[in-house]
Design a protein around this ligand. Sequence first.
Ligand SMILES: NC(=O)c1ccc[n+]([C@@H]2O[C@H](COP(=O)([O-])OP(=O)(O)OC[C@H]3O[C@@H](n4cnc5c(N)ncnc54)[C@H](OP(=O)(O)O)[C@@H]3O)[C@@H](O)[C@H]2O)c1
Length: 263
Amino acid sequence: MASLQIDDMEENLFSGKTVLLTGGSRGIGKAIANAFAQQGARVAFTFHGNSEAARQTFRDMPGKGHMALKADICDPEAVKELVDTVMKEFGQIDILINNAGVFVEHPIDEASYAKWQSVWRETIDTNLIGPANLLHQVVPHMISHRGGSIINISSRGAFRGEPRHTAYGASKAGLNSLSQSLAQELGPYGIYVYAIAPGFVETKMIAHFLEQEEGQAAKAQSPLNRVARPEEIAETALFLASGKATFCTGAILDVNGASYLRN
Ligand SMILES: NC(=O)c1ccc[n+]([C@@H]2O[C@H](COP(=O)([O-])OP(=O)(O)OC[C@H]3O[C@@H](n4cnc5c(N)ncnc54)[C@H](OP(=O)(O)O)[C@@H]3O)[C@@H](O)[C@H]2O)c1
């Protein structure tokens, strides 16, 4: 007699579910795309300019029916087209993960006024207004479908401060506030909204930094003497979207190895 193993059930936790994920071509987004695909979800992920990385991620993903879509989340029209395309193909979006982001250095005592302006604009457009526009386009579908999960990838920098990257810290603080306001607004619709606030994560975004002397110091900020692996952020996202964490709606989950503890 055939028996269903616990492992089989766990492998298919997200079977029949659909995910729209921004910035899935590399880094944390790639780990998230893989994790949800591994658990049976169909994943539509976006990339911006790096089509080779996107192609590789797409090839490596387990399962079928995934989509890789080129879209600039700073462009409101592209965001609308993106959601229309995914809805046409998937019919619904169960889980939205706002992960794409930029981290651009612009020290106030070094950056020219023009550079200061352009980095602030790029950072707020990508890390805050892009996610806000995506939410505007996706949430009505979730309301019609009577539920959904939204995960915004924030940062420890929103709380701890982000010297030399002030626009980044501000953009993530804004993203936290957006997440918490929508958790309250969307709870009655069965839509749960979470943010994940990682400390350093070992991705290309900070690879150059981790190799330097300051990189060792960054690892030492955690009593575990290391930074996070992208898979650890992906596992947190799986838990939040699993349906087992609905009462955590509105939470901002720190994944920083106790490197920064806030009250
Ligand atoms: N790494 C860390 O230490 C760390 C720590 C805390 C929080 N985070 C947050 O985690 C998220 C992912 O970070 P990561 O380190 O994995 O970044 P990453 O390796 O630099 O990847 C960034 C992703 O965002 C996409 N992207 C950038 N600008 C875009 C735009 N305008 N439109 C659409 N997609 C765009 C990129 O696409 P292309 O590949 O096509 O360029 C790429 O897929 C970010 O929100 C970041 O702020 C990271």
